[in-house]
Design a protein around this ligand. Structure first.
Ligand code: F3S
Length: 773
């Protein structure tokens, strides 16, 4: 049978619910009286209650876009090994017997690249065995598909198995939009949103704007979809997609392979876009068929009204790209929006603009961005041309296959051999060098340039060396330039010397888009059972002595037996200025504790500045007159069961969606954050964990509360009690150590749902309570 998982691919959990979505779309059309973009069709047809959410939307798109919050029902969730840990630990506390939507876990980020696939995999499994064992046990218990180490990179596996036109999918990784290459909307989220999906809590998204990218013309033989997206990132910049879905249209679209669209969607993340949208195309159907899902392609044919934008749909902004004029493009160093056409890049390299001798220190192809069969086949065609003339690559050349299915298929079809003959080393089917899991001991912090077909090139991302310049290009350009081992070589126009002294020039790359003999699954032991029945008796594998994993305990609610006031808090700290999620829960070496809240909490707020002494990570406990780090003082409060609150400046918690930034203060006993303003995602995450967030009605009141002051709410009950008044303006009473007291007015944006979470002590407590009813 065509496709790696012929039976699994027919499982009902993998079939898009077109009948329901088309019905919902009808309701959307009855409510919104205007032509719709494709992004709107897919999103709005996933609304829990389209009539209510879209009521009064009328003809003007700005009545909805960038304005309304959409409570959505998601179709599927994928989680990678690093972020899945806390998501599953949280899910475990809510007491549900199984995941509420089809979900999968993928072990890819924790695999290190050092010697080559087999040895690397063995070493990484040994050093992460407890994390993998935990993830596997939780998947078994809750009916989640588990893709073990070596099975492949989350986004490639999702594309091969789960993505399908019209779906709304979430993934706990920023490049989740990769799956949108198959005509769905796939969105990258934090762990808190993953828990929403796992518990069937409506997932909320502010309606994005829609930015249209119109493609005309056709790509020249050296150009690829990667060059389109490298050009687009250059044109729109790293902030250009924020709050937008990028919707591609135009006659150029149908000429591109589905895996190429996935590459483009993948890198939409570099512009901060919510995701990308592509109307259904023939190549999508071909890819579905090749991966054992011809029946879904057939279903999709019948759902075209959902899978194409309406004629006359209105976009918020527009970019025209004429593919005829596109040149292969190289982006970098250090930022993905520094786009340079190949010919200019080579001229700059000759002038010594990058490194003095224009030497390339490594070339890497693959990763979740560019490891399709088509990518590998075209790279192999270049390798073949050169090896037939006796040439080998002139720099280290690593290949990261995206999945076992791609690896086994390129091996079967001789593509891997063509690359190996040229000197390529094949790494494990995992993230490896793309996420810093790349050991380059030989380099020792020297300045150097690498060329990769990856998606991100921030300083230090690949090998931890801040002086490594990562240039992003198509895998074909990376491969061809690897034979020169230099940056000042233009594979389209320049020649190399073959060993016999003759001149060699590359012909443009070519290769099959999809394997004519179909895909082979390779090692079938990697394949999970589709949507497995949960096995409730499965013990969760967490060792009590583990430093990396710790079961989460449900947070207690402070509102017991009809008391709806917070009456006994101390102010732990008044934070000055910027306090991002990185300041609240630092990354870097702390990432290994992602599944161990008490170890991770040792970094709580270590980047925050104390407004009273101007120091970073400094706090004062009046009891005992102890000055220490913020986590140490928070620990003292926790030890004596002293609840506390924080005073924060503007935009508290901006940055990522990291749920640890909410979990950690809550873990130490934080009950209230009173701020000048709070970033929306941080605010929602805090409320989900049961932390009340209020804003100063008068921002000048910020400096009136000092560390050690006693703080209590005065009339929170009027808002929080089950039949409370949402319009209540909560006042807090501040009592100074000398007994002087005053009140401060606050404002809030709490919804009835948020209040229910806070009453219960956390959103998960509420789910548990409701499940018990
Ligand atoms: Fe992995 Fe790099 Fe993609 S870390 S998911 S291969 S962006």
């Amino acid at each position: 049978a065509a496709g790696g998982v012929p039976l699994a691919s027919r499982h009902p959990s993998r079939r898009p619910p077109y009948e329901r979505l088309l019905k919902q779309l009808k309701v959307v059309r009855e409510t919104i009286d205007r032509p719709l973009t494709l992004a709107e069709k897919i999103l709005y047809s996933h609304l829990i209650d389209p009539r209510q959410t879209l009521s009064g939307a009328g003809k003007d798109p700005s009545n909805v876009r960038a304005k309304r919050y959409l409570p959505l029902q998601v179709d599927r969730l994928a989680m990678q090994d690093a972020s899945a840990q806390m998501a599953l630990l949280q899910f475990m506390t809510c007491g549900l017997p199984q995941a509420a939507v089809p979900a999968s876990v993928h072990c890819d980020h924790l695999i290190q690249a050092f010697e080559g696939a087999a040895a690397d995999l063995k070493r990484s499994i040994a050093s992460n065995s407890e994390v993998f064992a935990f993830l596997e046990s939780a998947c078994k218990k809750y009916g989640i598909e588990f893709w073990g180490p070596g099975s492949g990179i989350i986004h490639q596996i999702v594309l091969e198995n789960y993505a399908a036109p019209g779906l709304l999918m979430l993934g706990t990784d920023s490049h989740t939009p990769n799956a949108s290459g198959l005509g769905c909307l796939a969105i990258g989220v934090g762990g808190a949103d993953a828990v929403d999906a796992l518990t069937a809590t409506p997932w909320e998204l502010q309606a994005p704007k829609v930015l249209n990218i119109n493609l005309t013309g056709t790509l020249s033989p050296w150009c690829t979809p990667k060059d389109i997206i490298l050009h687009v990132v250059g044109a729109l910049t790293v902030r250009g997609g924020t709050g937008n879905i990028l919707e591609y249209t135009g006659p150029g679209l149908s000429t591109l392979p589905a895996t190429g669209l996935a590459t483009m969607a993948n890198m939409g993340a570099e512009m901060g876009a919510t995701t990308s949208a592509f109307a259904y195309t023939e190549p999508m159907g071909a890819y579905l068929a090749a991966t054992g899902r011809g029946h879904i392609a057939k279903d999709a044919q019948g759902a075209q009204s959902l899978l194409q934008p309406d004629t006359g749909a209105e976009y918020d902004s527009r970019l025209e790209v004429n593919l005829d004029n596109l040149e292969p493009t190289i982006n970098g160093p250090f930022t993905p929006d520094l786009a340079t056409p190949l010919s200019t890049f080579v001229a700059r390299a000759k002038a010594g603009d990058y490194v003095k001798d224009a030497k390339l220190s490594a070339a890497l192809i693959g990763s979740c961005t560019n490891s399709s069969y088509a990518d590998m086949a075209r790279c192999a065609s270049l390798a073949r041309q050169a090896t037939e003339r006796g040439m080998k690559v002139a720099t280290s050349f690593d290949v990261t296959p995206g999945s076992e299915q791609v690896r086994a298929t390129v091996e079967r079809d001789g593509i891997q051999e063509d690359l190996a003959k040229a000197g390529a080393r094949v790494l494990a089917n995992a993230c490896g060098p793309c996420i810093g899991q790349w050991d380059r001991r030989e380099l020792k912090g020297e300045e150097n340039v690498i060329l990769t077909s990856f998606n991100r090139n921030f300083r230090g991302r690949n090998d931890g060396n801040a002086k490594t310049q990562n240039m992003l290009a198509s895998p074909e350009i990376v491969t061809a330039m690897a034979f020169a081992g230099r940056l000042d070589f233009n594979p389209i126009t320049d020649t190399l010397k073959a060993p016999d002294g003759s001149d060699f020039r590359f012909e443009p790359p070519s290769g099959e888009e999809l394997p004519s003999r179909g895909f082979t699954p390779g090692d079938e032991s990697y394949l999970p059972r589709p949507c497995p029945e949960p096995i409730a008796s499965t013990p969760i594998a967490i060792s009590p002595t583990s430093s990396r994993l710790e079961p989460l305990e449900a947070f207690d609610t402070p509102f017991k037996s009809g008391n709806y006031e917070l009456s006994d808090m101390k102010c732990l700290l008044r934070i000055r200025g910027k306090c991002t999620t990185d300041h609240i829960s630092a990354a870097g070496p702390w990432l290994k504790y992602k599944g161990h809240l008490s170890n991770l909490a040792e970094n709580t707020l270590i980047g925050a500045m104390n407004d009273q002494d101007g120091q970073v990570n400094s706090a004062h406990d009046l009891e005992g007159d102890v000055r220490d780090t913020i986590p140490s003082i928070a620990k003292r409060y926790k030890a004596r069961s002293q609840p506390w609150m924080l005073v924060a400046d503007h935009n508290y918690g901006e940055g990522s969606a990291r749920e640890h930034a909410a979990l950690q203060p809550r873990f130490f006993g934080c009950q209230l954050i009173l701020a000048r303003s709070i970033a929306r995602i941080a605010e929602t995450n805090l409320r989900k964990q049961g932390v009340l967030t209020l804003l100063f009605a008068d921002e000048n009141d910020y400096s009136k509360i000092d560390a050690g002051d006693a703080v209590q709410t005065v009339n929170l009950a009027d808002l929080l009690k089950p039949d409370g008044d949402l319009e209540t303006q909560v006042r807090v009473r501040v009592t100074k150590p000398d007994g002087k007291a005053f009140e401060i007015a606050t404002k809030h944006s709490l919804s009835p749902a948020h209040l229910a979470w806070i009453r219960a002590g956390s959103a998960l407590n509420l789910i548990r309570e409701q499940a018990a009813l």
